[in-house]
Design a protein around this ligand. Structure first.
Ligand SMILES: CC(C)(COP(=O)(O)OP(=O)(O)OC[C@H]1O[C@@H](n2cnc3c(N)ncnc32)[C@H](O)[C@@H]1OP(=O)(O)O)[C@@H](O)C(=O)NCCC(=O)NCCS
Length: 307
């Protein structure tokens, strides 16, 4: 007998085992699961559904809509995100995935949702979408349900240990001659940085920057400034590099590469051996990250469907 029901606290161990079996590259430990799923203010009792057969959890889907307004975007009442789903490999092709999605999408439609995206939920996505190489069954399953691929971002990784940043940092001297300075964020420039973040960055990047600045040293940020005006930045959180942005009027002058090289070298001085980026375009991967040693490790399909 199959049934679909909301997650309960007693499911945790079985659900995490199921998650690891269905999504081996994206398994979570209990701390991450509680923090990133159960404690997410947008996750309500109806967001995480479990498929049972023979009294055992065999599948799950996490479908989120906003319960808290998100900056200028508010509640986005017509939008929802499916950020993770899976069926135990031993119980696939028995209709559990279909039953889970029928229930989740039905619930969302009844709540007024018109569009569902897999999986770019800001701020809490695990990965941008379905990993094309790791999870081809999910792509076939979603295509069958009318989901369309709208973007194919890549994740990149770089080893920092032996990379020669010299040539990229020399460009920094050339930029300085033009009045553009790339340097670690220091107290003197914090107000100017916050002004830049308010005017030039998407709401989520501003929120993310504020959050990080409240907890991490200023120098985990690298800024670019034109005199007293901040015109670009990047940040790192441990080995995770990004976000990374340059104001529109200053692009294509090499500022981005110098920001990246300056930050990667600083990361190495902090004992880090690697850097990774979870979401970028082919163009940026090739033009900016590739020359600094980054290589593609995963490619994701971001999918959408109108309900
Ligand atoms: C995607 C997934 C959840 C499907 O679960 P499932 O219970 O096997 O799906 P269903 O049995 O309900 O399949 C419904 C339809 O989807 C399609 N489908 C499912 N798996 C497929 C596969 N491996 N190849 C081709 N089509 C497939 C078929 O049309 C199927 O209908 P059919 O069996 O009558 O032909 C499952 O393959 C899975 O857990 N994959 C790993 C997890 C994952 O990749 N998640 C996405 C990451 S965000």
């Amino acid at each position: 007998m199959n049934s679909i029901r909301p997650y309960t606290g007693a499911d945790e161990a079985a659900l995490l085992a199921l998650w690891a079996a269905a999504l081996p590259l994206d398994a979570l430990d209990t701390a991450a699961f509680r923090r990133r799923v159960l404690l997410d203010p947008n996750v309500g009792p109806e967001s995480l559904l479990v498929a049972e057969s023979d009294g055992q959890p065999r599948g799950f889907v996490l479908a989120i809509r906003r319960r808290e307004p998100f900056g200028d975007l508010g509640l986005q009442p017509e939008q929802a995100w499916i950020t993770a789903f899976g069926v135990d490999p031993a119980h696939q092709r028995q209709g559990l995935g279909r039953a889970l999605f029928d229930a989740a999408e039905g619930q969302l439609a009844a709540a007024g949702v018109r569009r569902v995206a897999v999986a770019p939920y800001i701020p809490g996505y695990f990965v941008p979408g379905v990993d094309e190489a790791a999870y081809p069954a999910a792509l076939a399953f979603l295509a069958g349900r009318g989901y369309e691929v709208v973007q194919r971002p890549v994740a990149l990784d770089a080893n920092l240990v032996t990379f020669d940043y010299g040539p990229y940092l020399e460009r920094g001297a050339r930029l300085a001659a033009e009045g553009l300075f790339v340097e670690p964020l220091a107290a003197d420039w914090l107000p100017a940085f916050l002004r830049f973040a308010e005017t030039d960055l998407p709401h989520d990047w501003l929120r993310d920057a504020r959050d990080l600045l409240a907890h991490a040293p200023l120098e985990t940020f690298t800024i670019a400034r034109d005199g007293a005006r901040v015109i670009g930045y990047c940040q790192h959180r441990g080995e995770h590099f990004g976000p990374f942005g340059v104001s529109e009027g200053y692009r294509a002058r090499g500022v981005g590469k110098v920001l990246l090289a300056t930050c990667l070298r600083a990361m190495r001085t902090r004992g880090l051996h690697n850097a990774w980026v979870l979401w970028t375009s082919d163009e940026t991967a090739e033009r900016v990250y590739g020359p600094l040693g980054f290589r593609e490790t995963r490619r994701f399909a971001v999918l959408r469907r109108e309900l």
